[in-house]
Design a protein around this ligand. Structure first.
Ligand code: F6R
Length: 265
């Protein structure tokens, strides 16, 4: 995997936004896979700014989010649909009809996964998937021991994840324990993947994902099997990487390689 160690959270966001914008320039009707949570917020901010500066248009872009809480209606203030509308979609020129999240309010949640997979197939699959990582190594809400062959489905959150995400809910508010999440196999079908992490709380999970054994105990380690993953982290999240110096060394050759051979992607 390509490991990019950025100095700050802002640089992580800028690098991620650069890759999104280059893709959209090349393919205006690109399909983006998006995440919620704290990590991608600076990316959405950066993309909104670039859109306002007329540097990028999302008019033809389609998006698929990784996950949604079960039992929260789309207009619920804590639903991931509301999160995405408020933090990204309402500020860009995307057609809201082209933004997709799993149906957390489905009458039959067991059908919501296969239906989402069908929508994804119809859209031609994801060109670029943005991922965060849980402190326990989850991607999407594929918690440790999720099948590496899993598809979009109903999943029970671990207590760690419920605790980590408590900050988004008021103390008296109902916090769902069940979600519908893209599966690991679904995620691995994206053409390109960017795994983002910032802050020291993510350092162990990043070390396990990049340098640990391939194991369902760290779902993000499944990304080792994907041929086109960039792990973009700040210094704090990179702190436990054993080969940190090597990744920086590789990065220092990047401009030379780009100049000589172009971007293979
Ligand atoms: C969110 C998602 C999760 C988060 C992860 C990190 O859609 O799929 O995997 O990316 O829990 O969350 P933050 O960024 O809030 O630390």
């Amino acid at each position: 995997m390509e490991v990019v160690i950025a100095k700050t959270q802002v640089e992580v966001a800028k690098r991620c936004a650069d890759i999104c914008c280059t893709l959209i320039k090349k393919k205006p009707n690109a399909v983006l896979g998006l995440a919620t949570g704290t990590t991608p917020l600076p990316v959405y901010k950066e993309l909104i700014q670039r859109h306002r500066a007329d540097e990028v248009s999302f008019r033809q872009v389609t998006t698929f989010n990784l996950d949604e809480y079960l039992g929260l209606a789309p207009d619920h203030p804590r639903s991931y649909r509301t999160f995405m509308n408020e933090n990204f979609f309402e500020h860009i020129d995307i057609d809201i009809e082209n933004t997709n999240l799993p149906d957390g309010n489905a009458e039959n949640p067991l059908k919501a996964g296969p239906e989402y997979e069908e929508r994804l197939r119809e859209a031609g699959g994801i060109d670029l998937q943005i991922l965060g990582i849980g402190t326990n190594g989850h991607i999407g809400f594929n918690e440790p021991t999720s099948s590496l062959g899993s598809r979009t489905r109903l999943k029970t959150l671990t207590e760690i994840t419920v605790r980590d995400n408590k900050r988004f809910f008021k103390s008296e508010e109902f916090q769902p324990r069940l979600v519908i999440t893209m599966g690991i196999k679904t995620i691995l079908e994206a053409k390109r993947i960017l795994l983002l992490a910032t802050g020291s709380r993510k350092a162990q999970a990043i070390a396990d994902a990049v340098e640990g054994p391939l194991s369902a105990m760290c779902p993000a380690s499944s990304l080792q099997m994907h041929p086109n993953v960039s792990v973009i982290v700040d210094n704090a999240a990179a702190a436990k990487l054993q080969l940190k110096e090597y990744y920086l060394w590789v990065l220092s050759h990047q401009d030379y390689l780009l100049e000589r051979f172009g971007d293979p992607r």
